[in-house]
Ligand binder design. Structure first.
Ligand code: PLP
Length: 302
C-alpha cells in the first residue's frame, strides 16, 4: 500500500494563555493532517487491518457504524485507496435524507446495508456474522470503530512517533482502542482519556484487555462528555468557534472539542504542576462536523 500520508504526524505547540501563565506546555499532535480523507486515529486503527486483509487474500472488508461515523468514512476511503471492496453495515433504517458521511461512503464505492438498531446490537455475535457471510460472501471483518488487536497495534505507533520529552498524553475516547494502543507504547507517561460517552468506566476494561502488562498511569475523565455521545452545549460550540478563531485549527464537537475544552479547564484549575509538558492528540473527525450545520457554517465559512 503506497498511500501519500503525512507521517509522522506533526507536533505543534499550542499557545494557550492559561497554560503559559502556569508554565505548562501543550502540544497538539496533528493526526488530523495525516490524509485529507483518511485522517486521525481512524487511519491508525485501519492500517494493520488493511494489511491483514491483504495478507489473507480478502477482496472485501466489512465493518459497522452509524450514519455519521468517522470510521465508516475512513474505511470507505481506505478501501478505495488500497483496492479493497468495502461493505458498511449501518445502524438504523435507511434514512430518507442521507448524511454527507453516507453519501461520501457510497461515492467511494462502499456497499451500504442498513439494519435495525436491534439487529445492530448483534454485531459481535458469531451467528450474525455468519449470516452476513452468507449475504455478502467472504470478507475481512473490522469491528465497529476499528476496535481490535490490529487497531490497537496501529494506535501504539502514535506515541512511538513522539521524539520529545513530555509528561502527559491526552486523547479523546470512544471505544478506547486508541487509548489501549497508547498504554502499550507510552510507558512511563501519564495517560488521560477524555470520554466522549457519559460513563467512560468501560474504557479502563478495554485498556486492560489489550494492554494488561502495561499498567500505565491512566486517568479516565468523563466530566466533559456533556451528557453523552454527540451531545453538545452552546458553550462547547462557542469554545470550538473561538478555538478556530484563535489558532485556525478546527475541532469536532463529538471528540476533540470536548477533550480540548476539558484539558483547558483542567489547566485553569491548576491540575498540572508548573513545568508539565502535555501532548494532546488531534484525532481528526472533522468530516462529522457536517452533522452540526450551524457549527459547520461557522468553521467553514470563507
Ligand atoms: C473514533 C474517534 C475517537 C475515539 O477513538 P477510540 O479508539 O474509539 O477510543 C477519538 N477522536 C476521533 C476524532 C474519532 O473519530
Amino acid at each position: 500500500m503506497h498511500l501519500p500520508l503525512q507521517l509522522p504526524s506533526p507536533l505543534q505547540l499550542l499557545p494557550l494563555p492559561a497554560a503559559a501563565e502556569r508554565r505548562v506546555e501543550v502540544w497538539l499532535k496533528r493526526e488530523d493532517l495525516i490524509h485529507p480523507l483518511l485522517s486521525g486515529n481512524k487511519w491508525r486503527k485501519l492500517k494493520y487491518n488493511l494489511l491483514a486483509a491483504k495478507e489473507q487474500g480478502a477482496s472485501s472488508i466489512l465493518t459497522f457504524g452509524g450514519a455519521w461515523s468517522n470510521h465508516i468514512h475512513a474505511t470507505a476511503a481506505a478501501g478505495r485507496l488500497s483496492g479493497l471492496n468495502t461493505i458498511g453495515i449501518i445502524r438504523g433504517e435507511m434514512p430518507k435524507q442521507w448524511s454527507s458521511t453516507l453519501e461520501f461512503a457510497r461515492e467511494q464505492g462502499m456497499q451500504l446495508h442498513f439494519i435495525s438498531r436491534e439487529s445492530y446490537r448483534q454485531k459481535e455475535n458469531p451467528e450474525f456474522i455468519q449470516q452476513l457471510r452468507q449475504s455478502f460472501g467472504d470478507f475481512y471483518l473490522v469491528p465497529e470503530g476499528g476496535n481490535n488487536e490490529p487497531g490497537v497495534k496501529g494506535s501504539a505507533e502514535i506515541a512511538e512517533e513522539i521524539q520529545m520529552p513530555y509528561d502527559y498524553l491526552c486523547t479523546a475516547c470512544g471505544t478506547g482502542a486508541t487509548l489501549a494502543g497508547l498504554a502499550r507504547s507510552a510507558q512511563g507517561k501519564k495517560l488521560m482519556g477524555f470520554s466522549a460517552l457519559k460513563a467512560g468506566d468501560f474504557l479502563m476494561d478495554t485498556v486492560l484487555r489489550y494492554a494488561p502488562e502495561a499498567a500505565p498511569e491512566l486517568k479516565i475523565i468523563s466530566d466533559y462528555s456533556l451528557g453523552g455521545y454527540a451531545k453538545t452545549t452552546p458553550a462547547l460550540m462557542a469554545y470550538i468557534v473561538e478555538f478556530h478563531r484563535r489558532y485556525a485549527i478546527r475541532l469536532d464537537p463529538v471528540y476533540t472539542g470536548k477533550m480540548m475544552m476539558g484539558l483547558e479547564d483542567l489547566i485553569c484549575r491548576d491540575y498540572f504542576a508548573p513545568g508539565s509538558v502535555i501532548v494532546a492528540l488531534h484525532t481528526g473527525g472533522l468530516q462529522g462536523i457536517s452533522g452540526f450545520p450551524d457549527l459547520h457554517k461557522a468553521l467553514f465559512a470563507r
